[in-house]
Structures are given as C-alpha cells and as structure tokens.
Design a protein around this ligand. Structure first.
Ligand code: SF4
Ligand code: SF4
Length: 189
C-alpha cells in the first residue's frame, strides 16, 4: 500500500511539472517569419563601421588579422591619398576579407581594434550554397554610407579600446605592422 502511495505521489509530482509547463507560453518561435530578439552582445556576422563624415574607421593596422586565432581575416592596406582619404589614418584597408566559415566568432578582432572599426553584430543567419559565398569582402561588411554606428561595443561592460583614447590607430604604418604578411592569403573570390 505504501509503495502504491509513493508511486502516486511521484506520478503527481511528475505531472505537476507537465501541467505547469502547459500553461506557459511556448518557447519556440516560427523562424524565419518570426525572429527572436537576441542579446545586445551576440557575436554574429562582422560589420565594418564609418565615422559621421563617411570615412572608414578601419586604418588597416592589421591588429585584428594578427590576433585572429582562426586566420579568418585577410587585409591589404594602402596609403591614403591626403586629398581624398578613405579612412581617418595614414592607411586604409584596400582589401578586407573575412571567411565566415573559418571564423569561430570569438570576438578577438573587435577587442583588438583600436578604432572601433570592426564589430560582431546580431546577424546570425549565416548560410550559403558554396564556400566562396561565405567569404565576405569589405564592400559587403561596410555599413552603408550615411550610417555611422559603434555597433555592439556600446553594450560591452568595459570600454572598447577606441574609447580608452590610448591609441586610436591613426599613426599605424606598413613598417609598424609588417606589411600584411601575417597569415597566408585566403583564396580569391
Ligand atoms: S571573431 Fe575571432 S575567429 Fe572570427 S574573425 Fe574575429 S578574431 Fe577571427
Ligand atoms: S584592427 Fe581595426 S583598424 Fe586595424 S585593421 Fe582591423 S578593423 Fe582595421
């Protein structure tokens, strides 16, 4: 009799959890029609940022490329034409390529960046039919002209390097950073 009673109690306990969860709203969403709001620090696809005047924040210093543990970033930097500078520094990134399949979304690149030029944002819907379609060029990564955001760094607990005003990357030079030969070149698209 005691055994039957204890089984009934256990059954009641189990079913109470079932009934409790039946009354809760469902946790699934009908993706992709409905999208869940992701946390502000979600590390999805990279975005390259601009200043208000349209110049690119990236000064081609290669720190992100050098720190990337997956060799997912490839950059070729060029000297700016002082009459028509692309960036706010001596140099700019002529080629800025990110292989989304190599990337492990660790965020080291955005942590290393002295100018807040690169951040990982909430676009996590990353898929393609070919490997090459997952290699993003600068033009695909840059935020559109007229947009000047700081991205997810605004949600960081600690200030981003660019907000600490110790080094803004504006005086980086090819000699200082090894002329871009830190990793082997990724395949051309
Ligand atoms: S998130 Fe990490 S793995 Fe991806 S590009 Fe940046 S540093 Fe490399
Ligand atoms: S660390 Fe920042 S400024 Fe330097 S190359 Fe990378 S994105 Fe550009």
């Amino acid at each position: 009799m005691d055994e039957i009673l204890s089984d009934l109690v256990a059954l009641g306990k189990g079913l109470s959890i079932t009934f409790k969860n039946m009354l809760r709203p469902p946790v699934t969403v009908e993706y992709p029609e409905k999208k869940r709001v992701l946390p502000a620090r979600t590390r999805g696809r990279h975005v390259l940022h601009r200043y208000e005047d349209g110049r690119e924040r990236c000064v081609g210093c290669l720190l992100c490329q050098g720190t990337c543990p997956a060799s997912a970033i490839y950059i070729e930097a060029r000297e700016n034409d002082p009459a028509r500078p692309v960036s706010a520094g001596e140099r700019y990134a002529d080629i800025f390529r990110v292989d989304l399949l190599r990337c492990i979304y660790c965020g080291h690149c955005e942590l290393a960046c002295p100018t807040n030029a690169i951040t990982l944002e909430s676009n996590t819907a990353l898929a393609g039919y070919t490997r090459q379609s997952m290699v993003m060029e600068k033009e695909e990564l840059l935020e559109p002209m007229g947009s000047a955001t700081l991205g997810s760094t605004q949600a960081w607990d600690a200030p981003a390097p660019s907000q600490m005003t110790r080094f803004d990357g504006s005086e980086t030079s090819a000699a200082a950073v090894g002329k871009g030969n830190l990793v082997r070149r990724l395949p051309e698209r």
